[in-house]
Ligand binder design. Structure first.
Ligand SMILES: O=C(O)CCC(=O)C(=O)O
Ligand SMILES: [Fe+2]
Length: 366
């Protein structure tokens, strides 16, 4: 099975023209072809947990400028990078060094059981400890002036010697959020919810541009697990194209799939918060990042051309606002399994999840 590429241009064209003052009328007027496109978005998210999109506002050039800067940053010495570490803010801004984030599959007994029951060919790699990847968290978009979750909405951290940092991070971050918003509206229409059912909850959410940095010179051995099998705890994740392959995803039917993001495209993945809002109609997509033979080929090509051997991902985590309540929306509240998704403040949910993967407080199990 191939993931379809959805071109967002026709939807964006129509939504930029609509006045936005009468939601119901707009929805009734949506062209049948666009309605079908919206259904394809929701169906693909439901069946695969992933979606490839093309957004004319996010060019391959923008993506390259962002990756170039992040390669430069991750190549700096450890002690320089550790100056941007903010453990007391649960690493939700600044750098997370290698060896901190723990893959869910390592600490979640129930998940472990499920893995053992999977057929051999679709089993994920077994990580031996915390992920050897670094990460930088950059908050994108307006922060709430008043929130119960200050640490999740903290001031940004800017490393010294990168005058272009703020502009590069913000411009790529805003573009990725715009793409997610379009997908979230299309998915809402496809699920039979009001167009702004998700986007209204995303306003002032703690959206994070969160590129990972993996040192392939040090750890580029086939089979190395950079990010152990896990789901993302946020609403939807979007990735630009990485210069090194290695991301594997699992479809809802359990099939494992190596992701190939075509040039100029973006990959969307479902997180735990969309699972909550749809009462499990859409489930959080499982994934891992592993050094494969395709990664090795890319390492060889890059070495010959003297390019950086840091694998940078262009990941952005879009969130539901910390003070909004996560609960099944609209008709999903009638689902027989809605009780598995009781109402919880998004910020509280995030804090619970962060403590499991070792990003909040000390974790006695490690
Ligand atoms: O490094 C990547 O490509 C994605 C890593 C990932 O799954 C994550 O950051 O949650
Ligand atoms: Fe992830």
């Amino acid at each position: 099975m191939e993931l379809p590429v959805i071109d967002l241009a026709p939807y964006l064209e129509v939504s930029s023209k609509s006045s936005g003052n009468c939601r119901d009328e707009e929805e009734e007027e949506l062209d049948p072809e666009l309605k079908t496109l919206c259904s394809e978005v929701s169906r693909t998210l439901r069946e695969t947990g992933a979606l490839l999109v093309k957004d004319p506002r996010c060019s391959a050039n923008d993506n390259d400028r962002f990756i170039d800067m992040m390669e430069n940053y991750f190549e700096r010495p450890q002690d320089f990078k550790r100056r941007q570490e903010r453990p007391h803010l649960h690493y939700q801004v600044g750098v997370t060094p290698e060896g901190v984030e723990v893959p869910r599959s390592l600490v979640d007994e129930e998940m472990h059981e499920k893995l053992r029951a999977m057929p051999k060919e679709s089993q994920p790699s077994t990580p031996s400890g915390p992920d050897p990847k670094w990460r930088y968290m950059w908050r994108v978009g307006p922060r709430p002036s008043n929130t119960r979750f200050q640490e999740l909405n903290a001031e940004p951290v800017i490393p010294e010697g990168f005058p272009e940092w703020k502009e590069t991070m913000d411009s790529w971050g805003y573009k990725m959020i715009s793409a997610i918003e379009a997908v979230a509206q299309m998915a809402a229409i496809g699920f039979g919810l009001p167009k702004d059912a998700f986007t209204s909850l995303m306003k002032q959410g703690p959206h994070l541009l969160a590129p990972t940095g993996s040192d392939l010179q040090r750890y580029g051995k086939e089979g190395t697990v950079f990010a152990g099998y896990h789901y993302d705890l946020n609403f939807l994740t979007i990735h630009g194209r990485s210069r090194y392959p290695g991301l594997n995803i699992w479809l809802r039917n359990g099939q494992k799939m190596e992701v190939k993001v075509p040039i100029g495209c973006l990959l969307i993945q479902t997180g735990k918060q969309i699972e909550w809002l749809t009462a499990g109609d859409c489930i959080a997509g499982m994934h891992e990042v592993v050094v494969t033979n395709r990664t090795l080929d890319a390492i060889n090509r890059a070495s010959q051309q003297n390019r950086s051997l840091w694998r940078v991902s262009s990941t952005l985590f879009a969130h539901i606002a910390s003070d909004a309540v996560l609960k099944p929306l609209g008709h999903f509240a009638e689902s027989p399994i809605a009780r598995n998704y009781p109402p919880i403040c998004a910020g509280e949910f995030v804090e619970q999840e962060l403590s499991v993967i070792n990003l909040k407080g000390s974790n006695g199990e490690l």
